[in-house]
Structure formats: C-alpha cells, structure tokens
Design a protein around this ligand. Structure first.
Ligand code: PHE
Ligand code: NA
Length: 453
C-alpha cells in the first residue's frame, strides 16, 4: 500500500530545494570552525582517518535512516516519534528520541550562536583593516579582547539569533534555496583562494603531513568519541534537524542519492577548511592545539598578510556567518514545528519563542568565556559542557536510536519503499543500521568511559 501522508508544514518546491537546505544545514561552523580545532587538539592525521571512517560507516547510513523516518512520519520529530512507534507496535518510550533532539538542539544553539557571533564581529574588524600586517600576538590579543567583552559578544549573539528567528518564522521553504545556491559556491571559492594562499605562502607540505599521515599512538578513547561526535555534528545528525527537513521531502526524491551528495559536499568543505588553516598555523608558529579560537586567530592573521586580505576576509566572515545561519535555522526547526503542531501556534510565534529560549541558553555559553569562566563541572565550563554533552553524547545517542528504529522497528516493506535501492545495497544498509552502527557507537561510548580497559 502506498503511503500518502502529507506534512501540514508544506513540502520542498523541488528536489534541489531539499538538497540545498540540507547542505545548508550540514555546512557551517562544524566544518570551518570546529573541524580544524578538534583536528588540531587531537593530533591530526589519525583523528581525520577515524572521522572519515565514521562519516562513511555511521554518518551516511544514519542520515538515510533519519531522512526516511522524517518522510514517513511527516510531522515534527517529537510527534513522528510518537506516531510511528504507535503505528508499528513499538513502545511509547521512543518519543524520548524526539525530546532528546530538542534538548540537544538548545545546547548546540547555545554555543553555535555565540561562535557565529564571533564571525559576525570579524566582519567589521576585517573590513576596517584591523588585521593588516599585524603580528600573531596582536591577532591573538584582538580575539581575547572579544572574549573578554560580554557586552560585545551579547550584541553579536543577539544579532545572529534575531536573523535566525527571522528566517525560521518565514518558513524554511521560502527563499532559503536561492540564497544557499548563490552563497555556498562563493564560500567554496573563497576557501579555494585560502588553500591557494596556503600553498604559496604557508607551510603546505607540513600541513599535508599533519593532516594525512596518521599517528595512532596519539589516539585515546576520548579522541575516538570526539571524532565520532564530530561526524554527527558536521552532518547535522541525531537531533532531528534532518528528520524535520526530511518530513518536507517529496516521495519522488531519492534518499540515498541525497544523503551521498550532502555528506560528500560537507566532507569536501571540512577538508578544504583544514587545508586552508593548517599551512598558516604551522608557518606562523601558532599552536594547533589552541582550541575554539584557532580558526579566528589563524585566518585573520592570514588575511592580514595576504594581498586583498581585507576584502577576502570581510567576504569570508560574512559568508561563514551565513553558513552558520543556514545551520542554525535547521536546529530550530524541530522545536518550532512541534509548537505549531501541538500548540496550534502560528509559525512566527513558535519561531520567536524557540529563538528567545535559545538566546537565553546562549548567554550561559557567552559568559563562560569571561564572567563565568570559573564555574566548572568536571573541569568544563558551561560552554564546554554544552558542546561536549551535545556533540559527543547526545547526537551519537540520537543517531543510535534512529538506526535501531529504522533497522528493527520499521518493517522492511516501509524501508525498502522509502529507500528504493537495489536489493544488495539495501541489505548492506540494513546490516549497517541493525548491527554495525549500534555496535560501533556503543563500543566507542564504553571505550571512552574506560569500560574496555
Ligand atoms: N552541521 C552543522 C555544522 O557543521 C551543525 C549542526 C549540528 C546543524 C546539528 C544541525 C544539527 O555546522
Ligand atoms: Na558540517
């Protein structure tokens, strides 16, 4: 029997609309800010190899599962995870998956918006030529001044959240497609310019060596957990963003094809970001292990040195802010769609409520860089805790549940219809979501808890 359900929130206008919106969700701070800084922290090549393995063996199959659950449910993730288990005779507790995603979404947004605010702050900095010809120590001082100023960060955090809310309240299907289609290729070209600059003026050979010659002796249990978490984070998986976007996807669109395209584009952008950043880091004697500030310090230093740097830099931070925006709106979508469905709120009201809540939580992350830096749990401040709990724990846990749900609860008749794959490929996917993905995630969890010795 054919499934004829429709979403009350409407459908994407075309196949490309979904791919562009989902790519807009995937490509963001995760690629350009977080990927290089965790690669730097966890030592380079071996970490990247584990990360790539996670994208292929866990990320892509989970993305297919998440999209198909969304398209089958046709509701916000919370309500989909209420309706589908009921329909297929599974327990009510599956709805936890939807709630887990909404909570993870607020935690992600809390630091995401603050970091996007840094990117916005860097637009006027670079435009004014602040970095032109400066020493690395000055560039670091400028970044540290921003961190030390809660009011300045609050201003940019507010601008970013406001812009996000504005787009979400108009409905994600409107206008997003054209903007992503135009701006994403420019961001890609700018990254190529930076890679080119690194080839000519940076320590490119050393950077290639750092990124691609693996040294597994440096890898501990936590590195594997972070690499896996980064794979989920960068592909926007495990919190329902992709499930919500999947619920607006037309029945005619290919889920496996779309997943491959999105994951491929995301991976290329992350690797390019690494190739743009590490040649400068290594040539300028910066510390790859310097944490969340790495990209801001490195790139602004690079823009300060290169010809036309003020122009490229301004454009770059503008586009990075935009890439962050298209990700943030997808993070808000599950909670917004839920309020529309369940409370009967109009979309603008729902979006404003979600953004206001996320703005409040974000203040916690923002203050963690200055006033509240001393408040720590297990050595982590609020922002570090939000980042660790969401990316390394909740997203993989969400992905685990999605894989189990698609693999074991949904009948094969449903998943074969949704995926429309040749039989042997379908079987491969089924083995992955039933056994490989759950086992891998559980082993990585156990390992980082020290349970495996
Ligand atoms: N994938 C986004 C990025 O790489 C972040 C994100 C995480 C978006 C989770 C949606 C859900 O920047
Ligand atoms: Na990403």
């Amino acid at each position: 029997m054919k499934d004829l359900r429709q979403s009350i929130h409407g459908e994407w206008g075309s196949r490309w609309a979904f791919i562009l919106a989902a790519t807009g969700s995937a490509v963001g701070l995760g690629n350009i800010w977080r990927f290089p800084y965790v690669v730097g922290e966890y030592g380079g090549g071996a970490f990247i190899l584990i990360y790539l393995a996670c994208i292929l063996a866990i990320g892509i199959p989970v993305m297919m599962a998440e999209i198909l659950i969304g398209r089958r449910g046709r509701q916000s993730p919370i309500n989909t995870m209420r309706a589908l288990p009921a329909e297929f005779g599974a327990g009510r507790w599956w709805q936890i998956l939807g709630w887990l995603g909404v909570i993870a979404g607020f935690l992600v947004l809390s630091f995401y918006s603050v970091v996007a605010g840094w990117s916005l702050a860097y637009v006027p900095y670079t435009a004014a030529g602040t970095f032109t010809g400066t020493e690395t120590s000055q560039v670091e001082a400028i970044f540290n001044d921003l961190l030390a100023s809660p009011w300045q960060m609050l201003f940019w955090h507010t601008v970013f959240m406001g812009a996000t809310a504005f787009i979400v309240l108009r409905g994600v299907q409107n206008g997003l497609e054209r903007a992503v289609r135009l701006l994403m290729p420019i961001l890609f070209l700018l990254l190529l310019v930076m890679v080119g600059y690194g080839m000519g003026a940076g320590a490119f050979v050393e950077a290639m060596d750092f990124m691609f010659s693996p040294d597994f002796s440096a890898i501990g249990g936590d590195a594997v957990l972070v690499a896996m978490g980064q794979a989920f984070f960068t592909l926007s998986l495990g919190l329902g963003a992709i499930m919500a976007y999947g619920s607006y996807l037309s029945k005619r669109s290919s889920i496996p094809g779309n997943s491959g395209l999105i994951a491929g584009a995301d991976t290329v952008i992350a690797l390019l970001a690494g190739l743009a950043i590490f040649p400068i880091v290594l040539a300028a004697g910066l510390d790859p292990d310097s944490g969340p500030g790495l990209v801001f310090v490195t790139l602004s230093y690079g823009f300060g040195q290169m010809p036309l740097g003020a122009l490229f830099g301004t454009l770059f931070f503008l586009l990075l802010s935009f890439a962050a925006l298209t990700s943030a709106i997808s993070i808000m979508e599950p909670a917004t769609a839920y309020l529309v469905e369940t409370r009967g709120w109009k979309r603008p009201k729902a979006a404003a409520a979600v953004a206001a809540a996320a703005w409040l939580v974000g203040i916690g992350s923002l203050l963690a860089f200055n006033v509240w830096a001393g408040f720590t749990i297990a050595g982590l401040n609020f922002q570090e805790l939000a980042e660790y709990l969401s990316t390394s724990v909740m997203l993989p846990l969400g992905g685990l549940l999605m894989a189990l749900f698609a693999g074991w609860v949904l009948p094969r008749s449903v998943t074969t219809e949704e995926l429309a794959l040749p039989d042997w490929v379908y079987r491969g996917w089924l083995v992955l979501v039933r056994f490989v993905v759950p086992a891998a995630i559980l082993v990585v969890f156990a390992n980082s808890l020290g349970l495996l010795g």
